[in-house]
Design a protein around this ligand. Sequence first.
Ligand SMILES: NC(=O)c1ccc[n+]([C@@H]2O[C@H](COP(=O)([O-])OP(=O)(O)OC[C@H]3O[C@@H](n4cnc5c(N)ncnc54)[C@H](OP(=O)(O)O)[C@@H]3O)[C@@H](O)[C@H]2O)c1
Length: 268
Amino acid sequence: MSDSDAVDPFSVNGLNTVIVGGTAGIGLAVAARLVSCGATVTVTGRRAEGESLAASIGARFVRMDIADRGSVAEGFASILSDTPHIDCLILNAGVDMFHGEIDDLDLDTFERVFDINTLGLVRSLAHGVNAMSAGGSIIVTSSPAGSIAAPGMAAYSASKAALDMLVRSWALELGPKQIRVNSVLPGIVESEMDAASTAELEVIRRMTANGVYRRAEEMGPVFQFLASPASAPLTGSMVGAHDGISIGYSHEAMGLIASGVDEGDTDG
Ligand SMILES: NC(=O)c1ccc[n+]([C@@H]2O[C@H](COP(=O)([O-])OP(=O)(O)OC[C@H]3O[C@@H](n4cnc5c(N)ncnc54)[C@H](OP(=O)(O)O)[C@@H]3O)[C@@H](O)[C@H]2O)c1
């Protein structure tokens, strides 16, 4: 650590960082940011091109399917054979799949969302947490959807709401070891996950306070803050990086609702 790092509370220089779900979108962008700031980063994921993607940003790749307990065990064994300890563990992997509404539910898909978004992160932390020491930071990627319900989004929303409670539980459990646990709640960020439904994205964009659609790179500094000593007083916090999506009704949302209401619609 250099002298300038010693006085820079935002420094992540030299931090051993593992990003579970770091091969695309937000995870890959955060990995690139942390590498550029001097961290040693391992990204995990399932895709065949994981190795070359990681190499392109100066990170290491370990294949891991978090829906598979054996794969998570093997993946962490491989990470820890190379990395003696983990300073920052980012649990970012997540999926959003269409499963229909409760009266016409694709139960397999519903279960799959939970298995990855919630249980996958539990499996990952269970295998990684004992490699973390005092001063460590765990960052979970949750979503404003964890506190806003919408028809057809039950599994995604509930899987993220469960994460919000896990973050609080883990923060309390790991506090005595001086390990912090926080979450980031991105709003609407360009990624593979979002590529699927342009119309839906436009609706969500209009729910932001400022009408903004973020690039994944813009999430990097938020995660860097939580990885760094600058965020030392934060644990059990849900950091809303969502442009106000969950705080109320935006001007655009109010306008859209109002445009569908005739003067004569009021019953009294
Ligand atoms: N984009 C948004 O607007 C937004 C908003 C709020 C919250 N989020 C959350 O942000 C996180 C990242 O999302 P993103 O938008 O960046 O999505 P993305 O581009 O689709 O990336 C998802 C990442 O999760 C990994 N992953 C998915 N299933 C996995 C599995 N079974 N095992 C291991 N890794 C798996 C993927 O790796 P492989 O495909 O290589 O396995 C990939 O690295 C998610 O938790 C998401 O819910 C996103």
